[in-house]
Design a protein around this ligand. Structure first.
Ligand code: HEM
Length: 563
């Protein structure tokens, strides 16, 4: 079905023309003109609705031959209600119950049409073989730009290749190893602050807001690894911009995003956003985002000055030892070294990492805590492994352990890696990933016209019995244990694990995410016995496009050892 504005705007213009003609030909009948205008407007709306909801899905859609879930209603489409809390649930149900060959039709409320991609062959073709044919929805790009002030190059096909190519050195395993002491240091610092809170509140029923600690730790880690800048959100919790940094993504995940997302499904909101953006930027969220961008701009400015001074000192042609891959330097420094990113892009990229990384990784650690408390035997087994295999002196930094050795040590803990991988499989942060056909193309031999919307129900792949075996619906870290299973969890198909996306647009930060998760989970588990107080309700999800607990985990912690 065409966008509302796509059909509505021409009709709306026609009604204006009709009204003006009416007015000019009957100068004395202003009232008649108004009535004519209103009737014509209403008529245009009815025509749009009738065409879009009744005629188009039945007679005009190019996807008539594809299966569609039964029981479509005009108002809700294939959904059960107008504003579903979890937009991915109905899509997943449909994909799992309606027989199809890899593609099916799905109608959102008001009969907005999308194609659901249900088989790995179709995912492979869309994301790996034809990535340039399928882009991100324009509305998302525009909203991100308006809100963050950043043009995220990964969202536009032409900027994407350069972005990946020149940032590669900052995302290699060698580089991540070199920054492990930073990640571990902050994770350890978090546990020290929690211990301090527990000492100040000796009541055994005292609960700790672990979400807040995780967010702050994430921001500090990201500040350091992206900008070489310490936001100090852990040490100075409520400090102006820093506090906003921490709170902002929590707010963005709420109903506002869900509504915006819903409306954007139907309407090209770009003209509206243009008009509204000054107002949006005056809202608390807008102001906080502006402050974040200002902080990032200043940090990038400082880095550029330092870099230029350093280059001048060493001589521009001299080979700089110990920099780039594996240097322990921050991502912005490595980007500067590539020499291809103008200042504005450096800022945009830093904003991208700060938007994409902390929230998703913190959510994954929260789910790990949830599962470790739902099944305490997982927690106990993890603790045993950590205590057995990691020397406390090494972790406390007293043995001069290098980052590489630290990462190797953490990665050599099979159960820790298994728990982290299983959490990411079971709780994909983006459960429904949309794409839009950038040009006329095809998928599994089905012609796809430019502008068609395609949905990847990530959970359908992540929890498919066909791909993962009979226990696919269970949270079971053991599937990642054993020779050959550490990297694929026993799923033979490369597209079975879709939490990080696939193809050239796959999550560039996935190894960072795993390293951070391992550090944070290990730091918490070796230090505390963890109990989630709100276990009954903590699994309820935030109504948002992201898979995140609504309440977060309220935890009771018992300190296990003191260093
Ligand atoms: C558990 C944590 C994470 C999850 C589940 C996750 C998930 C994803 C997914 C699904 C995509 C692909 C979106 C698409 O289809 O286009 C993506 C892209 C991206 N992620 Fe992550 N991510 C995580 C952590 C991180 C971290 C830690 C960073 C930064 C260090 C990061 C940076 C990015 C960037 C820059 C992109 C865009 C990549 C591109 O298109 O070239 N992510 N992420």
């Amino acid at each position: 079905m065409p966008d509302f504005l796509g059909v509505w705007l021409p009709l709306w213009i026609c009604t204006w023309i009709a009204a003006v003609v009416q007015y000019v030909s009957h100068r004395n009948h202003g009232f008649v003109t108004v009535i004519t205008f209103l009737v014509a407007e209403f008529g245009a709306l009815v025509i749009w609705a009738f065409y879009g909801m009744v005629l188009y899905p039945r007679y005009f859609t190019p996807f008539r031959q594809l299966p569609t879930p039964p029981g479509r209603t005009l108002r809700y489409g294939n959904r059960k209600q107008f504003f579903p809390e979890y937009a991915w649930d109905d899509v997943r149900n449909a994909a799992e119950t309606v027989p199809n060959n890899g593609l099916m039709r799905f109608y959102d409320a008001l009969s907005k049409e999308a194609l659901v991609v249900t088989k790995t062959e179709a995912i492979k073709e869309m994301l790996t073989l034809k990535p340039d044919d399928f882009g991100h929805p324009k509305n998302v790009q525009y909203l991100m730009h308006r809100l963050t002030g950043s043009r995220f190059s990964f969202l536009s096909p032409h900027g994407h290749k350069a972005f990946r190519k020149h940032l590669r050195p900052a995302f290699t395993v060698a580089h991540i190893r070199s920054i492990m002491p930073t990640i571990w240091g902050r994770s350890d610092h978090m546990t020290r602050l929690i211990r301090r809170e527990l000492q100040a509140n000796p009541d055994p029923h005292h609960t700790v807001d672990i979400r807040d600690y995780l967010r702050r730790t994430m921001w500090d880690i990201f500040g350091l690894i992206v900008l070489g800048h310490d936001f100090q959100t852990l040490d100075k919790p409520a400090a102006g911009t820093r506090d906003k940094l921490v709170g902002i993504l929590g707010r963005m995940n709420g109903r506002l995003v869900q509504w915006a997302n819903f409306i954007m499904t139907y309407v090209d909101v770009r003209p509206l956003l243009k008009v509204l953006s000054p107002l949006l930027m005056k809202s608390p969220t807008g102001k906080a985002l502006e402050q974040i961008r200002n902080s990032v701009t200043q940090a990038v400015g400082r880095k550029e000055t330092e870099f230029r001074a350093d280059t001048a000192k060493r001589g521009s042609n001299e080979q700089r030892e110990g920099e780039g891959e594996g240097s322990g330097r921050d991502i912005t420094h490595i980007s500067l070294k590539s020499g291809v990113f103008p200042s504005e892009e450096l800022i945009d990229n830093a904003m991208l990492f700060l938007t994409a990384g902390p929230n998703s990784t913190a959510a994954a650690v929260e789910w790990a805590i949830y599962e470790m408390c739902r099944r305490p035997e997982i927690q106990a087994r993890l603790r045993d492994e950590i205590n057995e295999c990691l020397d406390p002196a090494q972790l406390n930094g007293t043995s001069g352990l290098s980052g590489a050795a630290l990462l190797r040590n953490l990665q050599s803990l099979p159960y820790l890696s298994a728990v982290c991988n299983e959490v990411i499989r079971y709780y994909p942060f983006v459960p429904l990933s949309p794409r839009v056909a950038e040009r006329d193309t095809s998928l599994l031999g089905v012609p796809i016209p430019r502008g068609a919307t395609l949905l990847t129900p990530v959970e359908v792949f992540n929890r498919s019995k066909e791909l993962w075996g009979h226990d696919a619906e269970e949270f079971n870290p053991d599937r990642w244990m054993g020779v050959g299973r550490e990297t694929n969890g026993g799923a033979a198909n490369a597209y079975a694990f879709m939490s990080f996306g696939a193809g050239p647009g796959t999550c560039i930060g996935k190894d960072y995410a795993r390293a951070m998760m391992a550090c944070l989970v290990a730091a918490l588990v070796r230090e505390f016995e963890i109990e989630v107080v709100n276990l009954e309700t903590a699994g309820r999800l935030l109504p948002a496009p992201f898979k995140k607990s609504l309440e977060g985990m309220q935890v009771r912690l018992r300190t296990l050892h003191h260093s």
